[in-house]
Design a protein around this ligand. Structure first.
Ligand SMILES: Nc1ncnc2c1ncn2[C@@H]1O[C@H](COP(=O)(O)OP(=O)(O)OP(=O)(O)O)[C@@H](O)[C@H]1O
Ligand SMILES: [Mg+2]
Length: 258
């Protein structure tokens, strides 16, 4: 992680009709960082991701990507990929075609595309699955196709919205380790959304705790755990024994790197 700001939200407000969902939110996300938005259902996490990707406009405020003001730039022109909770794979396309989709839209040459798809599928351990359709894959495999589709574009920012929420616990733990490893290997910036505190604490460099459209506290897992700013944060994360938790989980992560 370095101090280059990759994503900047500046005094962002989002209203739907009369209702203000996001209130004056400012956030800097650094290059190579794993930043998690953590908060209860309905607090505005998905809306924040959608404003970064351009799938949602801002009512006021500015959005910057790599120093460039992209507030008025449509989603297709932003160098960002999103992995949606439901994976959003095309059922009538094979694994290869799904991963190729974005490259084709961008008119990347066939030779270059082939190289990139192969390498992405290798990274998510799906070599040999190229000709399968999504209906012929397990939940975890579908998940990995969605990740391959996200990383193949070679953008430096990947947005992940509750990407592991639908997996069973064992697979979820495995995928958490794999995602973290991938993020480090590729030196990508991940903006990760979850309402799972365990997940946030193990995977993140920093966590932004959200409540009702605001960031209540921003810091490293340790900072937030040791010094919760208010009763809300405290109640939200205090039921975890962080020290033991980190020790066991991170040693598993270190082992998985070998
Ligand atoms: N297009 C829309 N029109 C009106 N209200 C919306 C729209 N999209 C989201 N909202 C509202 O904005 C609030 C925040 O929604 P958002 O999807 O960002 O929450 P979230 O934190 O991602 O929740 P969850 O954890 O359940 O996914 C909710 O009250 C939601 O009903
Ligand atoms: Mg959501």
């Amino acid at each position: 992680m370095n101090s280059e700001v990759l994503v900047r939200l500046e005094k962002v407000v989002k209203s739907f009709g009369e209702k203000t969902i996001i209130e004056n939110l400012s956030l800097d996300i650094f290059a190579g960082e794993f930043l998690t938005l953590l908060g209860p259902s309905g607090c505005g996490k998905t809306t924040v991701l959608r404003m970064i990707s351009g799938l949602e406009s801002v009512s006021s405020g500015r959005v910057f990507l790599e120093g460039k003001d992209v507030t008025d730039l449509p989603a297709a022109k932003r160098e960002v990929n999103t992995i949606f909770q439901d994976f959003a794979l095309f059922p009538h396309l094979t694994v290869w075609e799904n991963v190729n989709f974005g490259l084709k839209m961008k008119k990347v040459s066939k030779l270059d595309s082939e190289k990139r798809i192969k390498s992405a599928l290798r990274l998510v351990k799906l070599s040999g699955f190229e000709d399968r359709y999504p209906s012929q894959l397990s939940g975890g495999q579908k998940q990995r196709v969605a990740i391959a589709r996200g990383i193949v574009m070679d953008h430096s920012i990947l947005l992940l919205d509750e990407s592991l929420a639908s997996l069973d616990l064992k697979l979820k733990r495995e995928m958490q380790l794999e995602l973290k490893k991938l993020q480090k290997t590729l030196e990508m910036t991940f903006v990760y959304v979850t309402h799972d505190q365990d997940e946030a604490l193990t995977m993140s460099d920093r966590i932004a705790i959200m409540n009702a459209g605001r960031i209540v506290q921003l810091g490293t897992p340790e900072e937030i755990y040791k010094n919760p700013k208010n009763a809300f944060v405290k109640s939200f994360i205090s039921d975890i024994d962080l020290i033991n938790f980190k020790k066991t989980r991170m040693s598993r992560y270190d082992q998985s790197k070998k």
